[in-house]
Design a protein around this ligand. Structure first.
Ligand SMILES: [Zn+2]
Length: 119
């Protein structure tokens, strides 16, 4: 099995634990994508849950070619950087590799006990 870590932004091979990416500088290097949602509000909700649990999630959007870009959860998406953001195909939440397991457990619990949250 190929367990080489790869940069989620530029696909460069990374040494274990290496972050940010030496090739493109992405802070998502060494993080794992644990949530992918078509709607920003759903991804932002997962982000908020993880943050309130003391973890370090990063909210991102995927551009047309599927490359993730970090965004500020509190900023109106359309005005990020004063520019129109390119069409987002999906929103994702990344967490540091060593928080991935706990994050997935937290989200599973929420989906089980508060299904309304995800309607
Ligand atoms: Zn990279």
């Amino acid at each position: 099995m190929d367990d080489t870590a790869r940069c989620p932004s530029c696909d460069a091979a990374l040494a274990p634990g290496e972050t940010p990416c030496p090739s493109c500088g992405s802070l998502l290097a060494g993080s794992r994508k644990i949530v992918v949602e078509p709607l920003r509000q759903e991804a932002a909700l997962a982000h908020a849950l993880l943050e309130s649990a003391g973890l370090h999630p990063v909210l991102t959007y995927h551009d047309e070619s599927g490359v993730p870009h970090p965004i500020e959860p509190d900023e109106p998406f359309q005005r990020a950087g004063g520019l129109m953001v390119p069409l987002a195909t999906a929103f994702a939440v990344f967490v540091p590799e060593d928080e991935a397991e706990e994050s997935l457990r937290i989200l599973e619990d929420v989906r089980r006990f508060e299904p309304e949250t995800y309607v």
